[in-house]
Design a protein around this ligand. Structure first.
Ligand SMILES: NC(=O)c1ccc[n+]([C@@H]2O[C@H](COP(=O)([O-])OP(=O)(O)OC[C@H]3O[C@@H](n4cnc5c(N)ncnc54)[C@H](OP(=O)(O)O)[C@@H]3O)[C@@H](O)[C@H]2O)c1
Length: 222
């Protein structure tokens, strides 16, 4: 069974920040760029974020295109300790399309509450109490979800990059500077030699109004 392919979406300032230091990220990019993101969600089988993004932004993660898609992508939260609030817009919109919490736990009051709200809880722990990116993608493949659109935040993006599980990067860059106190698009990767840095092959650049959309793929897929 082939593992699901992953596109990492980054929506950043020129200096590669995805939010202010207080977590505010709405909105870095333009309405036209955000419309393109909705189109990308529509084309994906699943949209994935970390629970940090759910707690900070309370996103719906639906594909809101005109016309609206017949079927929404499966919306998945990597949430080891089941912190996704039942009152979140994501959980409360489970009637619009499947919502999954990928967790390291499979029982407990929080799991029961999500289950009652119509959310599927997948057990994808890595043995140390955290969601394993590999196991999460294996489960996606087993569920027939071949294309995963990973929307961040920086910690989940860092884990997927460290595990070598990103196939494509769609980088929306707005002409603003946030500064070094902003949140980085990708959390620490811990390299000590430049040769070890994650290297990507640029395949397209597009202007979307004042924003740039750069697309990169893994060199080994060229
Ligand atoms: N501009 C953009 O494109 C964009 C997109 C998304 C988010 N944001 C911003 O980014 C901020 C949130 O980013 P963030 O980095 O704090 O949160 P995040 O990456 O969304 O979520 C991190 C959390 O995910 C959980 N997680 C589960 N499995 C994981 C794994 N294998 N590796 C890493 N994390 C895992 C962890 O919590 P547990 O240990 O409890 O599981 C971790 O604390 C917000 O300010 C949001 O507005 C911006």
């Amino acid at each position: 069974m082939a593992r699901a392919s992953v596109t990492l979406k980054l929506a950043t300032s020129m200096d590669g920040r995805i939010a202010l230091s207080n977590g505010v990220s709405q909105w870095i990019t333009s309405p036209a760029s955000r419309a393109r993101v909705h189109q990308m969600r529509r084309e994906a089988d699943a949209v994935l974020v970390g629970v940090g993004t759910v707690l900070a932004d309370d996103p719906l993660l639906t594909a809101r295109t005109i016309p609206m898609p017949d079927q929404q992508p499966v919306r998945i939260v990597a949430d080891s300790h089941v912190r996704t609030p039942v009152e979140s817009r994501l959980v409360q919109s489970a009637g619009l399309g499947r919502v999954v919490v990928a967790s390291a736990q499979s029982a407990g009051a929080a799991v029961t509450a999500l289950d009652a709200a119509g959310v599927d809880v997948w057990r994808c722990g890595d043995g140390s109490g955290r969601v394993s990116p590999e196991r999460l993608l294996d489960r996606c493949a087993a569920e027939g979800l071949e294309n995963v659109f990973l929307e961040g935040g920086g910690h989940l993006a860092g884990s997927f990059l460290r595990a070598g599980l990103i196939d494509r990067i769609a980088w929306f860059r707005a002409p603003i500077l946030i500064g070094g106190d902003g949140l980085p698009a990708v959390a620490a990767l811990g390299y000590e030699e430049m040769n070890a840095a994650s290297r990507w092959t640029p395949v397209a650049t597009e202007r979307i109004g004042d924003d740039l959309l750069e697309t990169y793929i893994r060199p080994d897929t060229v």
